[in-house]
Design a protein around this ligand. Sequence first.
Ligand code: PBG
Length: 330
Amino acid sequence: MTIIKRPRRMRESSFSRTLMRENNISVNNLIYPIFVIEGNKVRQDIESMPGIQRLSIDELIKDATECHKLGIPAIAIFPCIEKNLKTKDAREAFNDNGLVQKAIKKIKKELPELGVISDVALDPFTLNGQDGLTDENGNILNDETVSILNKQALSHAKSGADIVAPSDMMDGRVGSIRKTLEENKFINTKILAYSAKYASSFYGPFRDAVGSSKLLGKSTKETYQMDPANSDEALDEVRLDIQEGADMVMVKPGMPYLDIVFRVKETFNKPTFVYQVSGEYSMIMAASLRGWLNQDDAILESLISFRRAGADAIITYFALEVAHLIQSKT
Ligand code: PBG
C-alpha cells in the first residue's frame, strides 16, 4: 500500500511530537486560589476537596511564598468568614480590617511582587449565602448590591489588591466599580470580571470551603448566574463587561464550558481567563484517589484543554501541584 499522507509519521517519535505541539502549559498561566480563615497556625482540611485546606494568614503566607518561588504570577483569595460576622447587609465585606483586607495587606507586605486577586461578591458575608443583598421575599436587590460591591472593591484596593474580581454577576457592577476606583485614584487596580459565570453544580465543594452550602440550602443562584444552556448570552455579558472597563474577562466553570472560552477569545481577543472550579478539582481527585485516573496526566490534560480553547490564564486548585510537576520535568 502506498499512502502519501501519513499523519502518524510526525507522531512517531518524541522529538517530532514536541516540535509540532501547538499549545503548552507553563507556570506563567497559573493562578492559585487560597481559602483564608481567622486564627494562627491553622490548616483546616476541606472534606470535599482532598488536598486543599483553609489557611490562617500566617500559613497562607507560606503557600503564597511557595507559589512565588515556583513562578506562579498570582493568587486569588477567598475567605471563610466567622458566622457571627455574617449579616443581612453584608457590611463585613467592606470592613477595612476584615479578614480579606488583613490577608491582602500581609501578602503585599511579605511578597510585593506576587499578584493578589480578591473576590468581589457578598456570599461569604450574607446570612443566606447569596452573592447579593435580598429583600424580605429573598429576591436579589441588584442596584443595592452594586453599591456594597463598590465599597468592597474599594476596600480591597486600599488594602493593596492588584486585581479585584467581581464574581457576583450583578448587572452594571463592572462599570460602577471602575468608576469608584477611578474617583479614588486607584487607576492601576485591574478588574478581572467573572463575565460568563454559570449557575453550576460544580461549585458545591467551594461552598463547603467558604461555609455557604448550609446557608444556601435548596435555593439557587439562577436569577443572576447564567443558564448552562446558553452561549450567545455569554458573549453579551463579556461585551458589556469590556465596555464597562474590565481588563480581563473570565469564563467559569472550565471544562464543561470550553466552547465558551473559545468563542470569547475568538470574538474579543481580550485577556481571557478560565476558572477550573472546585467540583472539577474534586472530580479529578476523587477518581485519582481511587486509582481510576492517573492524577498527573488527568490534571495536565485538563489544563492543556483550556489553553487549546484559547485561555490565557487558568485559576486552578492544581496550580501548586502543576508548578511542581513542570519544575520536575525541566
Ligand atoms: C462566589 C464564588 C463562587 C466561586 C467563586 N466565587 C461560588 C458561587 O458562585 O456559588 C466558585 C469557585 C469554585 O467552585 O471553585 N461568588
